[in-house]
Design a protein. Structure first.
Length: 294
């Protein structure tokens, strides 16, 4: 090895320069300031939930003059039905949507990634093309279809399509992950007499836990936060979801109970926060590994 190469190699092996302390301090101060700006609306909502109705918009201080927790009881029990009914309805729709998306999208992704069938590339491109269609474009045809089926005013339009692999984003995400699993595993399983279904169940699914968890988490969060879909198909207050229930606290023609709205909004964030808190590692692993596969 020449002296020039040795010198270049020695320079590469040097430890990276430490960032000056003042530059690190400036970066941390900027990040803290940005975090405060992003968290301020959430803190303001939490503060408004324990303030008196007249104090919410009367002062900019986040600390109330006196703590009033009655808005939580009033928001939970003060409506025509308890707020727990809305939470239960949202939980049912979200859980069924998660199950439907994970099962149907993983099956479709397995077919695109591993099986050979006529028009495979065409159907895959067509599936990806649906990602560019806004939801509002297909809203009217879907509503007419569900109306003729007698599903309007029920939860079926919000749940049944999830079992038919309608979310192309999850299919694409899983296809990218499945393509990174060595095909030698499939070939070895086929030599042992495994069918495609058994390969999918015994090999692909156990190895795809990160991407399945990612799809489940996103599906739960998006379904829990969905407002437009339930607004279109649900009209009975006993079938309202959390998002529709929160709207009932605001009356454009009369008085609005803002403190109860903020209180129930704070409670509605708990399931999403817990899901992200406990499954954060799987979420990051699923996105990272799926993005690296080709």
């Amino acid at each position: 090895m020449t002296d020039a190469k040795l010198t270049h190699f020695a320079e590469d092996m040097k430890p990276p320069r430490e960032r000056p302390w003042f530059l690190s301090a400036l970066i941390h101060i900027a990040l803290i300031a940005a975090s405060i700006v992003m968290l301020y609306p959430l803190l303001w909502m939490l503060s408004g939930s324990i303030k008196d109705q007249n104090e919410i918009f009367g002062t900019a201080s986040l600390i109330p003059s006196h703590f009033d927790f009655s808005s939580y009881a009033r928001g939970w029990f003060g409506g025509q039905v308890t707020f727990g009914t809305f939470v239960w309805n949202s939980a049912v729709i979200a859980v069924l949507s998660v199950i439907g998306n994970v099962i149907s999208c993983s099956l479709a992704a397995y077919a695109f990634a591993r099986l050979n069938f006529w028009g495979k590339n065409f159907w895959f491109a067509l599936m990806l093309g649906t990602l560019m269609l806004p939801y509002h474009v297909t809203l009217i045809p879907q509503y007419i279809l569900f109306l003729k089926l007698g599903w309007v005013k029920t939860m079926l339009p919000l749940v049944v399509p999830k079992f038919l692999a309608v979310d192309a984003f999850f299919i694409f995400l899983m296809v990218q992950f499945f393509r990174g699993i060595p095909r030698e595993l499939d070939e070895a399983a086929m030599m042992d007499g495994c069918s495609p279904w058994r390969i999918y169940w015994r090999i692909m699914l156990p190895l795809s836990l990160p991407v399945l968890a990612t799809a489940a988490i996103f599906s739960f969060i998006w379904t829990w936060d969905d407002f437009f879909g339930p607004l279109i198909y649900l009209s009975d207050i006993n079938t309202y979801t959390v998002q529709l229930g929160l709207r009932s606290f605001v009356d454009s023609t009369g008085s609005s109970d803002w403190s109860s709205l903020f209180a129930m909004s704070s409670l509605s964030l708990i399931p999403v926060f817990l899901i992200f808190l406990f499954f954060q590692r799987l979420l990051i692993d699923g996105i990272a590994t799926a993005g690296l596969k080709r």
